[in-house]
Design a protein around this ligand. Structure first.
Ligand code: UD1
Ligand code: UDP
Length: 385
């Protein structure tokens, strides 16, 4: 396994692949590494590459405005065909559950090149939730030769699907490696914090507001299965909450997907005038984690944020009906609240007003990793060389 090809294309894949790439770089005599980005994301991908000092060797640049799933799949498949023909890697590494990951794995399979799956084995067992990610991840699970499962439960899910145990390695999630790296950067100097404050101010949120007994709720959302009614409900819930809790700031870096931006700006645009709803452009990873570390609560449907928030001791309310990350639910630092307007309002209000409920959810836990996942993955792949 000397020649490794890392294939990824979206913001969360980049965040979770970056620490792994940095770890592999420590062994230049053992591995030849090539990074191929599909460019499924662009504005949301490039700052992550810059932060972690990753310069792609190949960029398929497939992004088109509002492209659909078949477009992404076919562009990645076709693009990867050419890359694999040219590069002929010994192993292709993909991460998670995006369409980039699924199509890149499929392209490798068509050329009979082994695939290693980072963040393998997460399952909701509901093919339409998250959609299309549950199917994407399952397909990659069928294709992959090597499975890096973040938790024991993920390993069990794979074994329930008859993946041989010696093909699975429990590693923790590389997102915790990335998170710890970023936290260390944030703590490195007062100057860094001043830079973050200034950056957030430029983006539209003055974090000094929190000095005068205000609280911050961080919001994100982008799941395809919630487009339409679900998203409208989420936005109305935030609108209701902003009126009911004028002492709380709701800061929402809005995903670039037009199906997200339209309802968010239509429903919440007016609320920004009320003074406690802040709709920002997507934030780079460093300021985003800085913001999260200053939040009292996180309201999200994101996969990665469900893993980061518990590590930071932030209660996380998951605006979905299912999750493939049940570990934080069991530890009671995360709760599924669905996309029902009243339910979201009720649960958030309780946490804002009932100190005991809040305290019960705000313990720091790390079910998703200890910050050494990348080392374990590299050590495992070294045994294959
Ligand atoms: C994708 C992944 C999802 C992942 C999410 C992380 C699929 C099918 N979806 O969803 O699993 O959780 O990324 O954020 O793989 N756009 C831009 N610039 C960007 C990114 C997106 O303009 O940097 C716009 C484009 O109009 C694009 C649209 O958003 O067509 C949707 O992007 P896409 O990658 O298809 O889906 P996401 O909702 O980002
Ligand atoms: N994130 C970020 N800026 C933002 C929102 C999220 O850097 O404005 C990070 C977040 O910390 C997490 C990742 O992006 O690591 C999650 O990405 P997203 O929610 O888009 O995708 P998912 O994890 O749901 O696939």
């Amino acid at each position: 396994m000397r020649k490794l090809l890392f294939a990824f294309g979206t913001r969360p894949e980049a965040i979770k692949m970056a620490p792994l790439i940095r770890e592999f770089r420590k062994y230049p005599d053992v591995f030849e590494m090539l990074v191929c980005v599909t460019g499924q994301h662009r504005q949301m991908l490039d700052p992550v590459l810059a932060l972690f000092e990753i310069v792609p060797d190949i960029d398929l640049d497939i992004i088109r405005p509002d492209q659909d799933l078949s477009d992404i799949t076919s562009s990645v498949l076709k693009g990867m065909q050419g890359v694999l023909q040219k590069v002929i890697p010994d192993l292709v590494l993909v991460q998670g559950d995006t369409t980039t990951s699924m199509a890149a794995a499929l392209a490798a399979f068509y050329r009979r090149i082994p695939v290693a799956h980072v963040e393998a084995g997460l399952r909701t067992h509901h093919m339409l939730s998250p959609w299309p990610e549950e199917m994407n991840r399952s397909i990659i699970g069928r294709i992959a030769t090597w499975h890096f499962a973040p938790t024991a439960r993920a390993k069990q899910n794979l074994m329930d699907e008859n993946v041989p145990e010696d093909r699975i390695c429990v590693t923790g999630n590389t997102v915790i490696d990335a998170l710890q790296w970023v936290i260390a950067r944030l703590k490195s100097s007062g100057e860094m914090i001043r830079q973050m404050d200034a950056l957030l101010l430029r983006k539209g949120f003055d974090i000094r507001r929190l000095d005068i007994h205000r609280r911050l709720i961080l919001v994100t959302g982008h799941r395809r299965e919630s487009f339409g009614e679900g998203f409208n409900n989420i936005c109305h819930a935030i609108s209701d909450l902003s009126l009911a809790h004028p002492d709380v700031d709701f800061v929402y870096p809005v995903h670039l997907n037009p199906h997200v931006r339209k309802p968010v700006h239509e429903i919440l645009g007016d609320r920004t005038a009320n003074g406690n709803v802040f709709l920002l452009e997507p934030l780079d990873y460093l300021p985003f984690i800085y913001l999260m570390s200053n939040a009292c609560l996180v309201l999200t449907d994101s996969g990665g944020i469900q893993e980061e928030a518990p590590a930071l001791g932030k209660p996380v309310l998951v605006m979905r009906d299912t999750t493939e990350r049940p570990e934080a639910l069991e530890a009671r630092t995360a709760r599924l609240v669905g996309t029902d307007r009243e339910n979201i309002g009720k649960v958030v209000s309780t946490l804002l007003t009932d100190k005991n409920s809040y305290r019960a959810m705000s313990k720091a836990i790390n079910p998703y990793g200890d910050g050494h996942a990348s080392e374990r993955i590299v050590a495992f792949i070294r045994t294959l060389t």
